[in-house]
Write a protein that binds this ligand. Structure first.
Ligand SMILES: [Zn+2]
Length: 414
């Protein structure tokens, strides 16, 4: 029976969004939270972008250490041999890759403007896929950018060539959010039946249908007999109007009518981590969660009107489809209303020890020298983040100073 897996692309599509970005430590925390939540794969960055090199290597080290296990860490590159070669030169132990190329007439005419043809696109993609195989990639996804505006017969030809070259999955990118649930279902069912390869759904929200399209597309893939991989981002952060929101997608898969029975998840996802991961992304991106966001918005379990309040008090099931406890909500949050000592890029050892003591990271059995080293790393992490670090980040730095040092090291124009 086909199954659904989640590939979260916050650390790729999310961070490439205009006006937004994350520090390398924040990206690392997101990988950790996704892993805790039981997400199948994190598209964790750009192997051919120089300032990502140390971050990607450090996260692969965390995977080797068992910290980032069992999540897969996948890189995103263009589907050209040059990008594959650069990737394995800089990040030799990367295991999972998605190779991307545009396939629609719009992009071939409007973007490539005669530099690429339908034939050359397939040829380049095939060569890149084979090269990634030769370099030992364990899994390869081939992305058809603008798939929804691509002639379906060409898309099938492209998919068959990708499969023949050794690709494990085909990514159907609704790059402009052009599909609707009915069109994406039919397109993806046909692709699954004709190409016979697992298919990823990469949906954008330009028409407000990213989540619905992801679910309908996955259903199409599974109706066509293949596993489906839905691309999500935390809080739906992504290019323009964003991507399919991680929490909304998981809720829809688990809670919408008859969905879970007919279209089951391949891995169990711990929804209890929903609130934590959404709050962290809100803080890290500095983009507030809308109050009506499914599951994690502040109004998601709020009731004011007489009939609703009365109904929910008698039985929450009257007006709530799922409980706040399931999403990890309901615990009291401690908010400092008096004096605050926080860490920053100019912190000293006294204030720093006070902050770390409060979160139970004691330096009493460590040397002063060691504490000073951790403080130095915290200062640098603050320089990059430009906002106070959260407790989990401080704990991470104290626990993995060498990894943190790597994350924070960038050498431009070398
Ligand atoms: Zn995208």
């Amino acid at each position: 029976m086909p199954r659904i897996f989640i590939i979260d692309v916050t650390n790729r599509d999310g961070v490439q969004t205009a006006k937004l970005g994350l520090s390398k430590l924040e990206k690392t925390m997101i990988n950790i939270y996704l892993n805790e939540m039981g997400i199948f794969q994190s598209e964790f960055g750009f192997p051919t972008t120089r300032h990502e090199t140390n971050y990607l290597q450090a996260n692969l080290e965390l995977a080797e250490m068992g910290v980032l296990q069992p999540i897969n860490l996948g890189g995103w590159i263009r589907a050209i041999v040059e990008d594959v070669e650069t990737t394995f030169k800089r990040i030799p132990n990367i295991k999972h890759l998605n190779l991307s190329i545009s396939t629609s007439d719009q992009m071939i005419n409007g973007k490539f403007q005669g530099k690429k043809s339908k034939n050359s696109i397939i040829k380049e993609m095939v060569e890149a896929t084979k090269a990634a195989r030769v370099h030992g990639a364990e899994s390869i996804g081939v992305n058809a950018e603008d798939a929804s505006r691509t002639d379906i017969s060409y898309l099938i030809e492209f998919g068959l060539a990708a499969k023949e070259a050794g690709a494990d999955r085909l990514r159907y990118c609704d790059t402009l959010g052009y599909d609707n649930p009915f069109t994406i279902h039919d397109n993806c069912q046909m692709l699954a039946e004709k190409v016979e390869i697992p298919i990823e759904l990469h949906c954008h929200n330009d028409l407000g249908m990213a989540v619905a399209n992801s679910i309908a597309g996955a259903m199409g893939v599974m109706d066509g007999g293949q596993d489906a991989y839905i691309n999500t981002t935390i809080n739906g952060i992504g290019e323009r109007a964003g991507n399919a929101d991680l929490i909304a997608v998981v809720l829809a898969l688990c809670k919408s009518r008859n969905c879970a029975k007919k279209y089951p998840l391949g891995w169990s996802i711990k929804l209890k981590h929903a609130s934590k991961i959404a709050k962290f992304a809100e803080y890290a991106f500095k983009v507030p969660i809308p109050i009506n966001q499914p599951g994690v918005g502040s109004n998601a379990f709020a009731h004011a009107s007489g009939i609703h309040a009365d109904g929910v008090l008698k039985d929450p099931g009257n007006y709530e489809l799922y409980s706040f406890e399931e999403l990890g909500r309901g615990d009291p949050i401690r908010v400092e209303t008096g004096r605050e000592i926080i860490t920053g890029q100019y912190s000293g050892i006294s204030g720093f020890s006070h902050v770390m003591g409060k979160i139970d990271v004691s330096f009493s059995n460590k040397s002063r020298e060691e504490a000073n080293e951790i403080l130095e790393l915290v200062r640098y992490a603050n320089v990059e983040a430009q906002k106070p670090l959260v407790e989990d980040e401080l704990e991470f730095i104290a626990k993995y100073p060498q990894i943190t040092k790597k994350l924070l090291t960038m050498t431009p124009l070398e």
